[in-house]
Design a protein. Structure first.
Length: 531
């Protein structure tokens, strides 16, 4: 007889006692059985309870197979013990409308890759168009940029195989409800492609930029094996519409390809593509986003604040929010424990920064963006007005740093003067940097909101506002400044065009972008049958 699994939640183990045997012991105690009655045990979730710094716990949710599970369940009177539900992901039944051409996906970030993965898996043989280089070459190009400041406009931190998330912390956590169990399936595929198995159960999973690059190569090879094809150094420069249906695309202003299905899995930095879409009367509207600065602290300071004197846990993260007197939301974004501040520019004479970590998060500093919300009240209702706002800030940052990352100590940012030396905190950067007065990048309402928030955050994390904390600017690419409208079938106002992922305004990170890519593949499959 096939044994079903029992799910047990809220199993607490002190971090210093954590081990497989202790976990089995706790499970046996909760179920009132012997340890030997447990056939298998699988960790479903693990989080950290650090509310009391002197006594920190791992909190587990596990699935177990046991002998006589029915009789054991009957004896339970605990809402945290129940039969494990069906959490299988199901791809929809394919439609009947025959496709004469392959689906074309623009962009090979998480949204594009996972849209391609599922279309390839079910026989659609997608063609993936990528303006940048394959990851092996892209990494070399970006490393050269960090060293020389020579920017490749088509292949950089923002553009290229893997998308902008390739040069990040590789965070996979999301607050989106996973009713269709897409995230579970997504993580299983990532593990098969070489991601650490712990991403399937950690509360705040991450891959790290170093491991993510290998995962992307394996995903690419799997997609090709299943019938997909990749075209690199190929930028979408035009497309043709007839009778409100896309029929052809143009690459690099010369190559033309027939097209019935066009998935726009473009990143939030694809500004030239946004302009093309607007010119072609694709319905676009401006949306709110946030801008600000990167802040860098010693990782030990963050560890101490979050975990106290605990010697086992380290590389702590944080999430902070504040409402300023300017009625602006201010929050930490893309926090990178043990990471680097990087030059994330993608346009000539404009400069943007981001954060990046390897899997081991082993650098001496933590960094995070501290950003202030803005809306069309600040930049206007014209669909592309948010892009213009971002560009103005990036141009000021570029000019301030003379092409290098402009940086400043927090005490000097408060006092509106240029720094001339570092304190005890030393910068951990990828890319050239120089001292400047960051106040000159922003309007007063942003500077005021940032300074208020950093002072407030120091009441949550002691030392957050230390004089020698390092700031860098400008963090301007937090999310897409536009949303491409789509209907209930995930299609734009032009038939056959499917806006997808973060750049199109429907996601905010690696996981949500990949899930949106999955949703687009499902939407296509419900209508169309592959040739």
């Amino acid at each position: 007889m096939l044994l079903k699994m029992i799910r047990i939640r809220q199993i607490k183990i002190k971090v210093e006692e954590d081990c497989t045997e202790k976990l089995k012991e706790k499970v046996a105690t909760k179920l009132k059985i012997k340890k030997s009655d447990i056939c298998t045990l699988k960790i479903n979730k693990r989080s950290i309870d650090a509310r009391r710094k002197t006594e920190i716990y791992f909190v587990y949710e596990v699935d177990v197979r046991v002998i006589n599970e029915k009789s054991i369940l009957k004896k339970q009177n605990n809402k945290d013990i129940f039969l494990t539900p069906d959490e299988e992901y199901y791809f929809p039944k394919r439609g009947t409308k025959l496709l004469n051409t392959r689906p074309i996906i623009v962009g090979s970030g998480p949204a594009g890759l996972f849209c391609a993965y599922f279309l390839a898996l079910y026989g659609y043989k997608p063609l993936i168009i990528e303006r940048g280089e394959p990851i092996e070459l892209r990494v070399k190009t970006v490393e050269n940029f960090f060293k020389t400041n020579q920017l490749n406009l088509e292949s950089n931190v923002q553009f290229g195989e893997g998308g902008a998330g390739t040069f990040s912390d590789g965070k996979l956590n999301t607050l989106v409800k996973d009713n269709g169990f897409r995230q579970k399936k997504l993580f299983e595929i990532l593990v098969e492609a070489g991601a650490p198995r712990d991403i399937t159960y950690l509360n705040k999973p991450h891959i790290g930029t170093d491991l993510l690059r290998k995962v992307i190569i394996n995903l690419r090879n799997k997609i090709i094996q299943m019938g997909g094809e990749f075209l690199y150094n190929s930028c979408l420069t035009d497309f043709t519409i007839k009778n409100n249906q896309v029929v052809e695309i143009e690459l690099n202003k010369k190559q033309k390809l027939p097209c019935e299905i066009l998935v726009l899995a473009i990143g939030n930095s694809a500004r030239d593509t946004f302009e093309l879409l607007h010119h072609k009367n694709i319905k676009i509207k401006a949306k709110p986003f946030a801008v600000g600065l990167r802040i860098e602290h010693p990782q030990k300071l963050i560890d101490q604040a979050q975990y106290g004197a605990n010697k086992i846990l380290n590389r702590a993260s944080y999430k902070l929010v504040y409402q300023s007197t300017e009625k602006r939301g201010v929050y930490s974004f893309c926090m990178c424990p043990g990471g680097y501040v990087i030059n994330a520019s993608s346009e000539k004479n404009r400069l943007a920064v981001n954060g990046m970590s390897n899997y081991d998060r082993a650098s001496l500093n933590a960094n995070s963006a501290i950003v202030v919300t803005i809306s069309d009240k600040d930049f206007g209702s014209y669909p592309l007005a948010g892009i213009n706002y971002q560009r103005q800030l990036e141009e000021r940052a570029y000019k301030l740093g003379q092409g290098k990352i402009p940086i400043q100590l927090y005490k000097d940012y408060k006092n509106n003067k240029i720094s001339n030396s570092f304190g005890q905190i030393k910068p951990v950067f990828k890319g050239k940097y120089t001292f400047a007065n960051l106040n000159e990048i922003f309007p007063d309402y942003i500077n005021k909101s940032l300074k208020e928030a950093i002072e407030y955050f120091a009441t949550r994390i002691e030392g957050f506002n230390k004089d020698d904390v390092i700031l860098a600017g400008v963090e301007s690419r937090t999310s897409s400044p536009i949303r491409i409208e789509r209907d209930a079938n995930f299609m734009s106002n032009i038939r056959g065009i499917y806006p997808c992922g973060e750049g199109s305004g429907y996601a905010g990170g690696i996981t949500t972008s990949a899930i949106d890519g999955m949703k687009i593949s499902e939407a296509i499959a419900k209508i169309y049958s592959p040739k």
